[in-house]
Design a binder for this molecule. Structure first.
Ligand code: CA
Ligand code: CA
Length: 174
């Protein structure tokens, strides 16, 4: 006597296997990309110096000032696109060839390379009295990064406003 397995049942098993496989693969491949939250990084304006005094005096504003994006075992600073750096509106200075004035060096001696850039002082949107400067940039693959450091902004509008108007000498006109 022949065993009679219903052909339809066997076919169902054979076809459901690849389907299960495809569904699993689909779940793996089709995982939606999460919205890009910025990576928080540590920065140091005037690396090694504190407080970070930024002078907005006219004769200083043509210059530049250094900022370091500090690397860590979990953040490789060579991922940062130097052209994307904005610190309170200020970009990395460029040499005539177009290269940004940034270099990789371990400025704080913690063993992780840091990215030090010279930023344009004249582009800063800071004003006297501001105490925090925010740096925003992107990695070469488009992930935003963000860091901030304290600042002491001096210079700028330092003109002493004229004191109280002098009392009029003359008596009111009759
Ligand atoms: Ca500093
Ligand atoms: Ca370092």
């Amino acid at each position: 006597m022949r065993a009679t397995t219903a052909p339809s049942a066997r076919r169902a098993v054979l076809t459901s296997l690849p389907i299960a496989l495809l569904v699993t693969l689909g779940l793996l491949v089709g995982t939606p990309v999460a919205a890009q939250a910025p990576i928080t990084v540590s920065i140091d304006i005037y690396p090694g110096d504190s407080p970070n005094v930024i002078s907005l005096k006219a004769d200083d504003s043509v210059g530049s000032f250094p900022v370091a994006i500090l690397g860590s075992p979990t953040f490789d600073v060579t991922r940062v696109d130097p052209a994307s750096i904005r610190l309170a509106g200020s970009r990395a200075k460029r040499v005539p060839s177009g290269r940004t004035l940034c270099e990789t060096e371990d400025v704080n001696g913690d063993g992780s390379p840091d990215l030090i850039c010279q930023l344009e002082l004249g582009q800063l949107s800071l004003k006297q009295g501001d105490s925090v400067a925010v740096l925003e940039a992107r990695t070469r693959d488009g992930t935003p990064i963000r860091g901030e450091d304290s600042v002491q902004v001096v210079g700028g509008q330092q003109k002493v406003p004229p004191g109280k108007a002098r009392r009029g000498a003359g008596a009111p006109p009759r």
